[in-house]
Ligand binder design. Structure first.
Ligand SMILES: [Mg+2]
Length: 126
């Protein structure tokens, strides 16, 4: 199967302060990355797809590739250019919390780890 995987708020927590995404301060969610890596190891195609820069026009390719490699992400391709949106309606889409729902305890711990960021809008677990 081909898995299209979002990056920010899906495999990492990325602060949003003063109206800007702070990609350089993103904190990886190791348990989620391990889950995606498991799919890769099972032979599935993993494509990370991000909207980084789609709104601002800035090129985040170098930082994004460095982060994925530093975080130990296994993937076949990383694509930028995903459109900015607020709601994604798709018959094949999973909400991240639904997809990773068997890892709720770790999810809560990860939220705790990033609570130090001021003005960071915390996503809530189910
Ligand atoms: Mg995202």
């Amino acid at each position: 199967m081909i898995y299209m995987v979002d990056i920010d708020q899906t495999i990492c927590r990325t602060p949003f302060t003063d109206g800007q995404h702070r990609y350089g301060l993103a904190v990886p969610l190791k348990h989620r990355i391990e889950e995606i890596n498991r799919l890769y190891d099972q032979g599935h195609t993993i494509i990370y797809w991000t909207a980084r820069g789609s709104g601002s026009g800035l090129n985040w390719t170098a930082l994004t590739n460095k982060q994925l490699n530093d975080w130990g992400c296994k993937f076949h391709e990383v694509r930028l250019g995903k459109p900015s949106y607020d709601v994604w309606i798709d018959d094949k889409a999973f909400n991240d919390k639904e997809f990773f729902k068997n890892q709720d305890i770790e999810y809560l711990y990860d939220d705790y780890l990033v609570n130090g960021y001021k003005n960071y809008e915390q996503p809530r677990p189910n």
